[in-house]
Design a protein around this ligand. Structure first.
Ligand code: HEM
Length: 156
């Protein structure tokens, strides 16, 4: 695994990221923007499913935020991979990074599960089921943890 990481670090793109004064901070800013859009969309959606804002219908939340969360996810994943390339072996040796990746994977599986099990017609036709509420709770905890772990990687 460490050999693959060292190979990735020596790739031209990784060297460009490390050596450029502007590229790394710009990619980092893109990562933070992606994170803000994902977490800023998912958290209100989870809170709505869990019963906040009872007077507002769920469907418009779901429709609007689903699209912004998808764009944010693509941005966070692409920029995250670029940041990873720059110092792949350090990140693979960091338990915080590995735990972040595991929690991120579980959170993405939770998103896929909700999309498959609770399609739009169901969301619009009845109040959120207990299963959907449990998924919203898992999502709330999962995305906050990914955020926290992402920040911890830079400190330990
Ligand atoms: C939506 C999913 C993600 C969230 C919420 C997230 C969260 C974070 C946070 C909060 C930071 C610290 C940013 C800063 O303070 O400058 C960070 C940095 C980072 N993330 Fe992510 N991340 C996500 C996806 C990914 C992915 C998919 C990868 C790579 C495969 C990745 C790799 C990195 C790397 C390498 C850093 C820099 C760590 C450092 O040296 O400080 N992230 N992430």
């Amino acid at each position: 695994m460490q050999e693959v990481a060292l190979f990735l670090e020596q790739a031209a793109l990784a060297e460009g990221l490390r050596d450029s004064v502007w590229l790394y901070p710009l990619v980092n800013a893109g990562h933070v923007l992606g994170i803000a859009v994902v977490v800023g969309g998912i958290i209100p959606m989870d809170l709505k499913i869990l019963g906040l804002w009872p007077g507002l219908p769920l469907l418009p939340f779901w429709r609007a935020l689903r699209a912004t969360v998808a764009v944010g996810l693509v941005l966070a994943i692409v920029t995250g991979l670029l940041l990873f390339l720059a110092r792949a072996s350090d990140y693979l040796a960091s338990p915080w990074f590995l735990i972040k990746m595991a929690v991120l994977l579980l959170s993405l599986i939770n998103v896929a599960f909700v999309m498959v099990r609770h399609p739009l017609p169901e969301i619009s036709s009845r109040p959120p089921s207990l299963e959907l509420k449990v998924c919203a709770l898992i999502s709330l905890v999962g995305w906050c943890l990914v955020l926290l772990l992402g920040r911890l990687v830079g400190y330990f």
